[in-house]
Design a protein around this ligand. Structure first.
Ligand SMILES: *Cc1c(COP(=O)(O)O)cnc(C)c1O
Length: 372
């Protein structure tokens, strides 16, 4: 039995221990902002900003996945902001990936910098070469989004520890079923359940996980006082999504491996990034710390025109941003200003049967190249 499978099985039955005879197996959606509270304010649930049954249900699942206490937030960015606001103070320096999720860097620039927090940007692939001396916090994403470069989490954790810096890993790309940064020495994990955990393009949620109880208490206090709280329905949707995450990821990652290797061999393609390709720069570090190789493929086509023609011509690829859904999707990342070629497409592989998806992709690819 693998550790991942143990957690996947436990997740499906987490409610069993507390269930009384006649209670529902699926958690009810509790659409209430207030709770019956006579006399002294002592009850598990008091007011909707302090605590809520649907947060508890989804946090119990996430805690099993990360093997750590978890705090749910209304989005991945709310989770990230809570960690940065609760851990930093004026005069601190932080290290962020220059090739990471754009919004995290924008947040640091807009809101941390005026508070006196300075930021050093550094690429993921060479993070191990950077000195962490004097840094209060190191933030990493591996594989990076959208470039799919990786860094060795255990080695970075050791470096951060000896420099006295807190290591935060954004694990959105992999989820805890694909990679467990806390087991590799990270202090804090943040993640957007908006992506694969929700998985159906219908909910936003984020979470913070840490084995440091004091830190988790502070994050929970932050949520209660700042008011960055998830809605009951989104928490419920992600709870439902997490129950099939393991099986969806199996399909998505195995399909991604097939599609990536066929794209890699295809004449119409300039280059492909996918960590499972043995020729990929991320393969050797990735295989040591990842339980799967993910469902995201970086596909570079000749130019913007060919890339847009490909996306428009493929009925099996939803033209949208985000990733990790049952619906395969794709977009040209340069449209958001990412430092990638104009013809770079981030493909997120969903749950379509592999040969149907490949047939649609190849037809659109050949059409786009021949037509342009
Ligand atoms: C999407 C994403 C986020 C932010 O999640 P939201 O739910 O959109 O706020 C953070 N980090 C990474 C790597 C992401 O892909």
């Amino acid at each position: 039995m693998t550790e991942k499978n143990r957690r996947a099985a436990a997740l499906l039955h987490h409610r069993a221990v507390a269930l009384k005879r006649g209670e529902p197996i699926a958690p009810p959606i509790v659409q209430s902002s207030v709770f019956h509270l006579p006399g002294e304010p002592e009850a598990d649930y008091q007011y909707g900003r302090f605590g809520h049954p649907n947060w508890d249900a989804v946090e119990a699942q996430l805690a099993i996945m990360d093997d750590a206490p978890c705090v749910a937030f209304p989005s991945g960015m709310a989770a990230i902001a809570s960690v940065l606001y609760t851990n930093l103070t004026s005069g601190d320096r932080i290290i962020l990936p220059s090739d990471g999720y754009f919004t995290t860097n924008a947040f640091a620039q807009e809101f941390l910098s005026p508070m006196g927090v300075t930021t050093t940007l550094h690429p993921t692939a060479t993070l191990h070469q950077l000195s962490f001396d004097g840094a209060a916090l190191v933030f990493l994403e591996t594989p990076s989004n959208p470039g799919l470069d990786v860094c060795d989490i255990a080695a970075i954790a050791e470096k951060a520890k000896s420099a006295g810096a807190c290591l935060v890993v954004d694990n959105t790309m992999m989820t805890a079923f694909g990679q467990r940064p806390l087991d590799l020495g990270a202090d804090i994990v943040v993640s957007a359940a908006t992506k694969a955990p929700g998985g159906h393009s219908d909910a936003l949620l984020g979470h913070v996980a840490s084995r440091d109880d004091e830190l988790i208490t502070r994050i929970r206090d932050w949520r209660r006082l700042a008011g960055a709280i998830p809605g009951a329905m989104d928490a419920w949707l992600v709870h439902r999504g997490l129950e099939t995450l393991d099986v969806r990821l199996e399909r998505m990652c195995s399909t991604a491996a097939v599609i990536a290797s066929r794209l890699h061999d295809h004449d119409a393609v300039i280059s492909v990034r996918y960590p499972r390709l043995k020729s990929d720069p991320s393969y050797s570090v990735g295989k040591n710390q990842m339980d799967n190789f993910g469902s995201i493929i970086g596909l570079t086509l000749k130019n913007k025109t060919v890339a847009e023609a490909f996306l428009s011509a493929c009925p099996s690829i939803a033209q949208t941003t985000s990733f990790g859904s049952v619906h395969s999707s794709g977009e040209r990342r340069a449209r958001w200003g990412d430092a990638v070629p104009d013809g770079f497409v981030r493909l997120s592989i969903g749950c379509e049967p592999v040969e149907e998806l490949w047939t649609a992709i190849e037809k659109a690819l050949v059409g786009a190249v021949n037509g342009n």
